[in-house]
Ligand binder design. Sequence first.
Ligand code: AR6
Length: 169
Amino acid sequence: MDPRIELLKADITTLKVNAIVNAANQGLLGGGGVDGAIHRAAGPGLLEECRKMGGCATGDCKATKGYLLPARWVFHAVGPVWEGGGRGEDGLLASCYRKALDLAGQMSLQTIAFPAISCGVYHFPIPRACAIAWKEIQKGLSRNPQLEKVILACFEDEVYEAYRRLARP
Ligand code: AR6
């Protein structure tokens, strides 16, 4: 496993990294799950900035400041809703990770943390989502050598175990 990848059982809102990724929706106006937790921890400034963003397409990612979070930036990525796998879900999920990592590269960031995008309310099968994330992170790390750490914040044991299996040599 690339030593720059770290698996953590953690609430992503507590992490002191340059950017945390949010599993947002197209409206970017908050919601439940990790999105709700990020908005609560960041305070009202985040929603105010989000209102000016004009939403975000599925598979894309947009940056805001982190406000009261320990993280300086929030990258709002919109994962696909799982609809059985025949609607381009794999590619759209891969795109979220790719765009977030490349945005970190463009912004010269060193550390970024991801939740398991689409693995909650959007019902993407967890082992499949983790395999896609894993592959995109390896590729993103080789494209962006300034990245020093990518944290996979696992809120659920199932996500942590899926990554552990992928990390095994
Ligand atoms: N830290 C890290 N991971 C978390 C946290 C947390 N504080 N809270 C939940 N998770 P979800 P989605 C995990 O539902 O499936 C929202 O309403 C959670 O256990 O947050 O992409 C948005 O507004 C799961 O593994 O996101 C959208 O409408 C993962 O984060 C919609 O849900 C993602 O679960 C997006 O759905």
